[in-house]
Design a binder for this molecule. Sequence first.
Ligand code: TZP
Length: 231
Amino acid sequence: MERATSPEPRAGLPATPCPLPPASWGLYLVTDRHQTGDRDLLEVVGHAVRGGLRAVQLREKDLSTRELYRLAERLLDITRAAGIALLINDRVDVALALDADGVQLTRRSLPPKAARDLLGPGKLIGISCHSLADVHEAVADGVDFVVLGPIYATPSKVGYGPPVTTALLKEARSACSLPLLAIGGIKAAQVPAVMASGADGIAAISAVMSAPDPALATREILSAVSRARRT
Ligand code: TZP
């Protein structure tokens, strides 16, 4: 399928930088503006960026399309200036409209192959998986990376039943060579266990969004990931 041309880069921003590969991110920050206390979401993400963040997923499911677009536009100013990746949860249309770095799909989203046709080969497609069957499907669908969880119990997401545990992470690692990011109840203290179970990095909401010092929380998680990679 012929892909429409990308929108013009916004003034002062580089044109479509190559996103960093997911296996190198260490931490993939997932937003939730309801978990920031009284702080502005972009302010919290800005602190995380100063702490060394390399990738962020905008996941604000209760916003209207227009509100999400406007927020993504402002977030893109931050991520482009810092040279880090911005992926949009579920909304391929919003990612396309802003020439964001990719999308994070779920099993209720547009199928990955349809998203690829729209986004083209240069954008990242991540998929959220909750079982080994999901992971096998993700491999067949040609996504770029998998986010697997919830590994541990987390109040940030209900409705996926009990935690899948690090046992599933180990099985997923044996079953696929895609970059695998562990999510769900993970803070710096849990990083060694998930990395030892085969994760390439972690994804997190509350560990950073709710942290009193999001830059420090980011730095601590990234250091824990680097240490785990060396062991
Ligand atoms: N998918 C699986 S668990 C989860 C998502 C989006 C929530 C993770 O939140 P937290 O606060 O990092 O446990």
